[in-house]
Design a protein around this ligand. Structure first.
Ligand SMILES: Nc1ncnc2c1ncn2[C@@H]1O[C@H](COP(=O)(O)OP(=O)(O)O)[C@@H](O)[C@H]1O
Ligand SMILES: [Mg+2]
Length: 259
């Protein structure tokens, strides 16, 4: 059996105000999977994703990246683990007044000293990496354009290029298409899919559309009230299952027990 790239061991998260984020989540993701996370608003999808790169701490349990605990990691090993995980967001998180090139290169700062990155002293090689990453999302000709001159879909693809030059093993995407139209949505998800298939990067993404989940996922995970209620490979997922998880109803055999 192949080694998992992401493993959750009895992970719980309770926010400081007492709100439950995640409850006893156990999960293993194999390298190269395209995992779609579904669940109603407030189900814990963002909490789950942010636990993976420790953008937010967990209360109990452990999260392993490629066999190494990111929860216990400190200093250099934490930085290295974080570098191996790219993240894209609903609102793109670009520096709007900066060029596309600068935004993409910022994905590389984890590899530079603060001094060099503050002064933009990126190597020639990394400038070429930025071009290559932009080619992958079909935006090479926009390299000197200011980020705020781009459409939403183009900005999201710049954000994908920014994660790519991090050289990640994993890309996390928290509702990456929530503010995009259907055509742009397809471009963004197609880019993520080709990156997943051609570069072998594991992708985990929150999606609100049943049709898109079916089209792109190799695996679907359902969350409700912080609990994992559904976890199946796409070829085992039935239409009835999908309807149920997207309606926020019970879907899994595990869920036979009452709440
Ligand atoms: N920073 C926070 N402080 C307190 N509660 C939070 C915080 N972030 C999220 N929550 C709560 O945790 C639960 C899960 O939230 P979240 O992971 O954002 O869900 P989703 O992404 O599925 O909408 C919700 O009840 C939400 O209100
Ligand atoms: Mg969310």
């Amino acid at each position: 059996m192949s080694k998992s790239i992401i493993e959750f061991k009895d992970v719980s998260k309770i926010y400081s105000n007492g709100t439950l984020g995640l409850k006893d989540v156990n999960l293993t993701v194999d390298p190269g999977e395209f995992v779609v996370i579904v669940g109603l608003s407030g189900a814990g999808k963002s909490t789950l994703l942010r636990s993976i790169n420790q953008l937010q701490t967990i209360s109990e349990g452990d999260v392993l990246i490629d066999g190494q605990s990111i929860v216990k990691a400190r200093g250099k090993s934490l930085r290295e683990l974080r570098r191996s995980i790219g993240m894209i967001f609903q609102n793109f998180n670009l520096v709007k007044q900066s060029s596309v090139q600068r935004n993409v290169l910022s994905g590389r700062v984890g590899y530079y000293s603060t001094f060099k990155s503050v002064f933009g002293l990126f190597s020639k090689e990394d400038k070429q990496n930025a071009v290559d990453a932009l080619k992958r999302v079909s935006l090479a000709e926009k390299i000197y354009t200011r980020a705020d001159q781009l459409s939403g879909g183009q900005q999201q693809r710049v954000a994908i290029a920014r994660t790519l030059i991090q050289n990640p093993k994993i890309i996390l995407a928290d509702e990456p298409i929530a503010s995009l139209d259907p055509l742009t949505t397809k471009l963004v998800l197609d880019d993520l899919k080709s990156i997943n298939e051609e570069l072998g990067i594991t992708v985990m993404v929150n999606l609100h559309s049943k049709e898109l989940a079916k089209k792109y996922a190799t695996r679907i995970i359902g969350l409700r009230a912080g609990e994992l209620i559904y976890d199946k490979k796409i070829n085992e997922v039935s239409e009835v299952d999908l309807d149920q998880i997207y309606n926020g109803e019970t879907a899994s055999p595990k869920e036979a027990v009452n709440e």
